[in-house]
Design a binder for this molecule. Structure first.
Ligand code: ATP
Length: 230
């Protein structure tokens, strides 16, 4: 189509030593969309996420991104500094992206506005004292400090109660409605289909199927591809 592409992967393979994590990946992420990438444990989601992010170079193939595209990754497991406060976690992320002074204060303010009020009121509290869901929201907020156009979130629902999953997904949906491109790496096809415009099923390191999340016929095919392979 004529849609604008945030990131494109062509003929991408990735190997860790003798282990093949990805093979023959051709994938576009359209700007302004939510793309759910679904796969079982070991399907290659985290590897694909890091390659889309640009922090991992594929063993073979090409990654091209829109000019000046800023990407941020929320890693699986969140990787927060548990003894640092919420504010300090956000500041560390800002230093890593090189912003300071007035720009840093503005970005902090903007990110704090995105946080739910109960977290905004606890900016001085240690991150380790937050619930799992709150830590996941903070991990997203930390990624927002990079001012991303494309946000990649690796298994945001992991270990969370259903209510917390809904809250995390609700807040990610808000970012998408504000125009951010979002890639969700998910084990749950149902969650990816509920949150995404499109769904890609990853099976044993390859793209099995891709389609519209609102198309029940596609979802039936996706379920088959997920559970039974191609
Ligand atoms: P999970 O949901 O378990 O995180 P995933 O779908 O994200 O799985 P990846 O983490 O990308 O999948 O892993 C894909 C394959 O690559 C797996 O077989 C995994 O064991 C292997 N792998 C990942 N990272 C490494 C590494 N650093 N060294 C060796 N093998 C790795």
């Amino acid at each position: 189509g004529t849609e604008h592409v945030a990131v494109r992967l062509e003929e991408v393979d990735h190997h860790y030593g003798g282990v093949t994590a990805l093979r023959g990946i051709d994938l576009t992420v359209p700007q302004g969309s939510v793309l759910g990438i679904v796969g079982a444990n070991g399907a290659g989601k985290s590897t694909l996420g890091r390659i889309l992010h640009g922090s991992l170079s594929p063993t073979r193939g090409r990654r091209t991104a829109a000019a000046e595209l800023r990407t941020a990754l929320v890693p699986e497991g969140r990787a927060l500094f548990k003894t640092l406060s919420l504010r300090e976690n956000l500041e560390v992320a800002a230093y890593a992206t090189g912003i300071k002074g007035a720009e840093l204060r503005a970005r902090l303010e903007q990110t704090a506005q995105w946080l739910p009020p109960r977290l905004r009121e606890r900016m001085g509290v240690a991150a380790g004292g937050l619930s799992g869901g709150e830590q996941q929201i903070l991990a997203v907020a930390r990624a927002l400090m990079a001012g991303p156009d494309l946000l990649i979130v690796d298994e945001p629902a992991l270990g969370l109660s259903p209510a917390m999953v809904d809250e995390v997904y609700g807040r990610l949906g808000g970012l998408a409605r504000d125009g951010m491109t979002v890639v969700l790496l998910e084990q749950s096809l149902a969650r990816a289909a509920a949150a995404g415009h499109e769904v890609v099923v990853l099976h044993e390191g390859g793209v099995a199927v891709r389609g519209e999340a609102s198309d029940p016929l596609f979802l039936a095919r996706a379920e088959h591809a997920y559970f039974d392979g191609q």
